[in-house]
Design a binder for this molecule. Sequence first.
Ligand SMILES: C[S@@+](CC[C@H](N)C(=O)[O-])C[C@H]1O[C@@H](n2cnc3c(N)ncnc32)[C@H](O)[C@@H]1O
Length: 236
Amino acid sequence: MPTPEEKKIFVKEKFSSISNKYDFLNSVLSMQIDRYWRWYTTRQLKCFPDGAVLDLCAGTLPLSLELTRQAPARQVVAIDFCEDMLRAGVRSTADDRRRPRIMPVCGDGEKIPAGDESFWGITVAFGVRNLARTQDGLDEMHRVLKPGGKLLILEFSRPENFIVKPVYNFYLNQVLPKVAGLVSGDKEAYEYLASSIARFYEPSELLRMMKKAGFVEVYCRPLTFGIVTVYVGIKG
Ligand SMILES: C[S@@+](CC[C@H](N)C(=O)[O-])C[C@H]1O[C@@H](n2cnc3c(N)ncnc32)[C@H](O)[C@@H]1O
């Protein structure tokens, strides 16, 4: 088992190496369902159309863009520790009218570079699984959220349906690393994707950790047969 510091270095390197192909592979490999997942997650923040929102582990900014699309007055701070992912996002959105409302910041999600009670909402799409110290990250999210603010985590989970499960596992473990490895030139990054999903917490465990961080009214909702799950928590 790698130490948390080793995991951090590995994760940063892997995202850096696939940063230029990340968006393309994401939409091809998920058959664009990822757009629905991000739309659904963002909808949960419709009660905060004006306040600043933090998109943590923002990567190439796909969720930040959806956050600005759904609320024309919303400002988004997009934090990620992999500069190459943020740079790829900034490049691909150079002509987008929403870009000025997104502020990319290179920083660590386990030590968020923001003051206490800064944001009305936090979104983390496919990022929590990559944190080296999940509880530290959740504690930090709680710290930077305003009282009454909302945390939304979109993360892969493991489908239980007896038809979907074997098909999905075959796709995730056999097909995806080969195809994505060929296109991105980094098969290991997509083997890591499969193994990190297999090792990630059960939804009930992640909800318990959110409560431990101080979140209330926590619940989760599986989407697309439980291939992903959206977790919701409020800072009381
Ligand atoms: C799978 S990508 C998700 C990107 C984007 N949120 C999306 O919806 O596609 C995960 C991102 O988490 C970032 N990440 C992982 N650990 C992090 C940490 N400790 N602090 C900040 N970002 C981190 C990675 O650099 C990567 O860009």
